[in-house]
Design a protein around this ligand. Structure first.
Ligand code: G4P
Length: 282
């Protein structure tokens, strides 16, 4: 799903978030495991002040596991509980309910001391577009689910998904706006397909992506497309076009098509598990 962001859109997202956040105890923030910082919006720290917090490194299946673990440590050092998940296939989802309890243990303890027992924790999923919020909610709800709210005689309002006796989840996620003012961040968001390709043309985007690959994962592109890599990323694109028979008008190389194919291979994990930013290089 692609979003075009403009100030009105952002204001609306922020207002919705402010309203919904009042209703909940726990913010479950999804980030993309391949770019855990670039796929965050730090405004959530302000919006989610005084709430329990949990960060999920989603799409962990597409990122390198050693870096997933390093990011979990990084967030832990900053005082957040963080875990890795694969919402699409359900990896890590089984433990989520106990992780939620863990993230809210101070609140549960506070309630207990005040004599409030069995009040369920209410949670909301938030994140920038395309990090997998709906997939996560559906996978989690599919495992648990009984929808609450909209009982006869009750005004139609928020829908809560009862995960178990102790946890209720708002069924609509909070959408955070991406931080595309920072060019490097915008670029990485474009790599993973979170913001429109039109921001850069596909060829330029693929060329930038190839530079990153040469820096962090030398050899992967050569192996995948069975080509010899050179330092010139536009030449590499030509060679991918050749190797994949991307041809237009009889015999001209269709470099645009090769660029789209390369980005698609990366986004769907066909280049392997790749992480594009690293906690020790911030
Ligand atoms: P959003 O609500 O945050 O905007 O994201 P959404 O759930 O729509 O997910 C965006 C894309 O990311 C979807 O792919 C979804 O399948 C994929 N996705 C979500 N979680 C994971 C995950 O943990 N691992 C992997 N590999 N992919 C994940 P899509 O291309 O839009 O659709 P489709 O390919 O599933 O049909």
């Amino acid at each position: 799903m692609h979003f075009q962001w403009y100030p009105g859109h952002m204001t609306k997202a922020r207002r919705m978030m402010q309203e919904n956040i009042k209703l909940i105890d726990l913010v479950i923030e999804l980030v993309d495991a391949r770019i855990p910082l670039s796929s965050r919006n730090p405004d959530i720290d302000e919006l989610g002040r005084q709430k329990s917090r949990l960060i999920l490194l989603n799409k962990a299946d597409l990122a390198e596991n050693k870096w997933n673990d390093a990011w979990i440590e990084y967030f832990k050092d900053k005082g957040y509980l963080a875990v890795k998940v694969n919402s699409k296939k359900g990896g890590g989802i089984k433990n989520i309910q106990s992780v939620i309890q863990e993230a809210c243990k101070e609140k549960i303890e506070r309630d207990r001391k005040r004599g409030i027992l069995n009040r369920p924790v209410r949670a909301m999923v938030v994140g920038i577009p395309n990090v997998g919020k709906s997939t996560f909610i559906n996978t989690l709800a599919g495992k648990a689910c009984a929808k609450t709210g909209n009982k006869p005689g009750v005004t139609k309002g928020k829908q809560w998904i009862r995960l178990n006796k102790g946890v209720e989840l708002l069924d609509t996620p909070g959408i955070l706006w991406p931080k595309f003012e920072d060019q490097q961040v915008g670029m990485k968001l474009a790599f993973i397909g979170s913001i429109k390709d039109e921001i850069l043309n596909t060829e330029e985007l693929a060329a930038e992506f190839l530079k990153l690959m040469q820096q962090h994962y030398p050899g992967i592109i050569a192996g995948k497309y069975n080509i010899e890599e050179t330092g010139d990323v536009y030449e590499v694109l030509n060679r991918i076009a050749e190797s994949r028979h991307c041809i237009v008008r009889g015999n001209e190389l269709d470099v645009e098509k090769a660029a789209a194919l390369l980005m698609d291979d990366f986004r769907s994990g066909r280049l392997g598990e790749l992480t594009l930013e690293y906690p020790d290089r911030i």
